[in-house]
Design a protein around this ligand. Structure first.
Ligand code: NAD
Length: 252
């Protein structure tokens, strides 16, 4: 699919990878519906895309809230009159060990900490995909959905919630590629390694240095390197049901 004039929703696009993908796709002429919770950052992202000469609009929406997602997708379709793409990018971290033993006491990972990540990183992907795919079928727009998984899907210590959600997102990519192909909808995923965004900046500098040393390419990735992978999935009409791993070789 050529990106020029295609209408694409990007969730979590106020900053980080979502923002980089928005700017990258706007440079290729896509029209963008940008979703986030943070109005100021969202407006900055919209302005950056508009500066590249494309139509871009902001939508405040919590991807984990069914009614908000339904309303937002309806609104995007009404505003643009078409819908060709979705990037399920919004995500959060709430790391913690399943059990931590300190001074003879066992501290358990709270259910709320588990659930917060599952709600945004997994249920949010389900809700956005369901609503967008239904709208694509209704509007007879052949479309493409890109999920953002993670290298953490292989299982990271301290990330029960996040690893589970990102592994599920990779497997849903296969399920939905099979289910939606008959409607002309392709579904792919990108599994980034460690990329230099605020999410990773929250790690301690020593931990980051150690991490980079263990990556064959010896550095963190750049947001732009994930954005170009997402663009590849949109533009290659024979790509579906697969996860592109863009991680500097960290799992080799
Ligand atoms: P980030 O924290 O910099 O940005 C995430 C954005 O999502 C923020 O703008 C935030 O406001 C928005 N958001 C959070 N919860 C939301 C919700 N409920 N509804 C709508 N928007 C919401 O994160 P990032 O590093 O840019 O990561 C983006 C995606 O890439 C995430 O899914 C993350 O898990 C994944 N990822 C990131 C890395 C990395 O190294 N940065 C690696 C692998 C995967």
């Amino acid at each position: 699919m050529h990106l020029k004039d295609k209408v694409i929703i990007i969730t979590g696009s106020g900053q980080g990878l979502g923002r980089a993908m928005a700017e990258h796709l706007s440079c290729r002429g896509a029209k963008l519906a940008l979703i986030d919770l943070n109005p100021e950052k969202l407006q900055e992202a919209v302005s950056a895309c508009q500066a590249n000469g494309v139509e871009a609009r902001a939508y405040i929406c919590n991807v984990a809230d069914e009614a908000q997602v339904e309303r937002t997708v309806q609104q995007v379709a009404a505003d643009f009159g078409a819908l060709h793409g979705l990037i399920n990018n919004a995500g959060i971290l709430r790391d913690g060990l399943l059990l931590k033993v300190k001074d003879g006491e066992i501290h358990k990972l709270p259910l709320a900490q588990w659930q917060a990540v599952i709600d945004v990183n997994l249920t949010g992907v389900f809700l956005c995909t369901r609503e967008v795919a239904a709208k694509m079928i209704e509007l007879q727009c052949a479309g493409t959905i890109v999920n953002i998984s993670s290298v953490s899907r292989a299982g990271n210590m301290g990330q029960s919630n996040y690893s589970a959600a990102k592994a599920a997102v990779a497997s849903l990519t296969v399920v939905w590629a099979k289910e939606l192909a008959r409607y002309g909808i392709r579904v792919g995923a990108v599994a980034p390694g460690f990329i230099g965004t605020d999410m990773v900046a929250s790690m301690k500098p020593e931990a980051l240095e150690k991490l980079a040393a263990g990556i064959p390419l010896k550095r963190l990735g750049q947001p732009e390197e994930i954005a170009s992978a997402a663009a590849f999935i949109f533009e290659n009409d024979y790509f579906t049901g697969r996860v592109l791993e863009v991680d500097g070789g960290i799992r080799l």
